[in-house]
Write a protein that binds this ligand. Structure first.
Ligand code: GDG
Length: 502
């Protein structure tokens, strides 16, 4: 790593997306965990973000840059778009990424469609990303590639004769061998990971699954070292593999939650949903998030514990996602049927058990909902991390809330001691957990929430990126004299004393 290297983030989606039509282009923020986690980091330190702007309209690069220019200026870092055609989006994005890797890596292999065309398109689009990296970066830059849509980038870059410091982070879980081995292109895909200098996973479980797959498919590979960072040797490749749980900008969520604007929204919400116990669910529309199971569990809680009726409400926010994929449309219909069935069974004049919203809310509204909720239901069937669990806690400025957390979320590895852990497939178990949360004495709620918040405050997103940089480059942040590093360094310094105070 040279001292002049810039941070280059590469991900399928840019943090902004282009919508509209010629003459009326609109640039909006994209949502999702990766963007939520990385935006504060680049905003603080500058750098480059390379990705797709979410439109398949045939726009030349000059026009694309013109549309994105103001957003890039405002963001404080450079945004370089990669163009994708409609066919690319169908086969690479909806196809290989979301109908093969996404379900397979969330242990839902029966949802996979192993189409050979998808694989070809996946590699072609990754080749396009490799070309963009070649064009916009310098040899001393630090290229940080993100997530399952972009695995072959390092190999394709290398095979085109370009040398870069390339590291990778997988935001989703890595499956165990009995599931991974079903992938028709398993060996090549696994070898793609080994083309990076450093590969980060969310949890030790994911890293172990990865090294178990290596042992199964590449018997001459060796894993050495214990602790969060180990070394894999396979043929001529030596790659460090690590468990590095992602986090949130704790301070920003906490401050938003305390702001006058959020207090105003909260006051209004309290008058609209006056029940003693409010539970909240916030998820992208996705079958991995366990939304139908959660709604059934909430109905079961109303059935099994009649004393809850009239006293508890669930607010379920479902953010539209992958709307043109039939499986997601079916999921939406399933959720809406379940909501109306529970509401039909239990509503009384003046009380509706489930308040369902299929829309995205502003960050302030989100913080107000988090504050309003006495209980968070974070119950994915499987999740790399789940940032909602951490955001909910950061916004509990009165230390009041109870977190009900799926044992299959990566977040459980860090939060299991002070959350109520559930098996998100166990409807009765989740209903019992809701009852337990309602009954939990205030002091117990507070001491658990304080512990959860202290953990996230310490291990926030800046801690994550600092750790990642140290582990992947072998240098501390202060060893990078590049000016663009300074803002992050200052951000870290500002945050350091806070860890010991509140
Ligand atoms: C992937 C992995 C991993 C949601 N609704 C609204 C809104 N959101 C924001 C949340 C949160 C983000 O979206 C969702 O993050 P998750 O972590 O829950 O999930 P994925 O999108 O699936 O992300 C996941 C993550 O990457 C990071 O590594 O944790 O496991 O699957 O930040 O707040 N934000 C606003 N309005 C909404 O309506 N403003």
């Amino acid at each position: 790593m040279g001292g002049k290297g810039r941070l280059v983030i590469v991900s399928n989606r840019l943090p902004v997306k282009i919508e509209g039509h010629p003459g009326k282009w609109k640039v909006t923020h994209s949502s999702g965990g990766l963007v939520s986690a990385l935006t504060p980091v680049l905003r603080d330190r500058g750098g480059i973000w390379i990705g797709w702007a979410g439109t398949t309209e045939v726009l030349d690069l000059k026009t694309l840059r013109e549309i994105l220019g103001p957003a890039s200026k405002q963001a404080g870092y450079r945004i370089y778009p990669v163009r994708l055609s409609r066919e690319d989006v169908d086969s690479f994005y909806h196809g290989f990424s979301n109908e093969v890797i996404w379900p397979l890596f969330h242990d839902l292999q029966t949802r996979c469609r192993f189409e050979p065309e998808y694989w070809k398109s996946y590699r072609k689009v990754n080749g396009d990303f490799a070309k963009a990296i070649k064009k916009h970066t310098r040899p001393e830059d630090y290229v940080w590639v993100h997530d399952y849509q972009m695995v072959p980038v390092a190999r394709l870059l290398r095979s085109s004769g370009v040398q870069r410091n390339c590291v990778f982070f997988l935001h989703i879980p890595f499956p165990p061998p009995d599931i991974f081995l079903k992938l028709p292109w398993r060996e090549e895909f696994l070898k793609d990971f080994l083309e990076y200098d450093f590969v980060g996973f969310q949890t030790m479980r994911d890293r172990r699954n990865f090294t178990d797959c290596l042992k199964a498919l590449l018997p001459d590979s060796r894993v050495t070292g214990r602790g969060p960072v180990a070394t894999v040797t396979a043929g001529e490749r030596r790659v460090r593999v690590a468990a590095m749980p992602i986090s949130i900008d704790y301070r920003s969520f906490r401050d938003t939650a305390k702001s006058a604007k959020v207090n105003r929204i909260l006051k209004e919400l309290k008058s609209q949903v006056p029940w003693e116990n409010i539970a909240i669910g916030v998820d992208r529309l996705d079958y991995t998030k366990g939304i139908p199971q959660r709604i059934r569990a909430f109905g079961e809680a109303c059935r099994s514990f009649p004393e809850l009726r009239g006293k508890i409400a669930l607010i379920q926010i479902v953010v539209p996602s992958r709307e043109d994929v039939p499986a997601y449309q079916e999921l939406r219909e399933e959720i809406e049927k379940l909501v109306s069935s529970v509401n039909g069974e239990f509503s009384t004049p003046g009380w509706i058990p489930i308040h369902y919203m299929h829309k995205s809310v502003s960050r302030e509204e989100l913080a107000a909902y988090y504050r309003l909720a006495d209980i968070a239901l974070v119950t994915p069937l499987k999740d790399g991390m789940n940032l909602v669990a951490k955001e909910y806690c950061a916004c509990q400025v009165d230390d009041n809330g109870v977190l009900i957390l799926s044992e299959f979320a990566g977040a459980a590895a860090q939060m299991h001691r002070s959350a109520i852990l559930v098996n998100s497939y166990d409807i009765q178990g989740m209903a019992d957990a809701i009852h337990e949360a309602v009954q939990m004495p205030l002091e117990k709620r507070k001491s658990r929430m304080r512990r959860l918040r202290a953990g996230i405050r310490r291990q926030n997103v800046f801690w994550w990126v600092d750790n990642y940089l140290r582990a992947s480059t072998g240098k501390a942040l202060v060893d990078f004299p590049e000016a663009s590093m300074a803002p992050l360094f200052h951000a870290l310094m500002k945050r350091a004393p806070e860890a010991s105070t509140k």
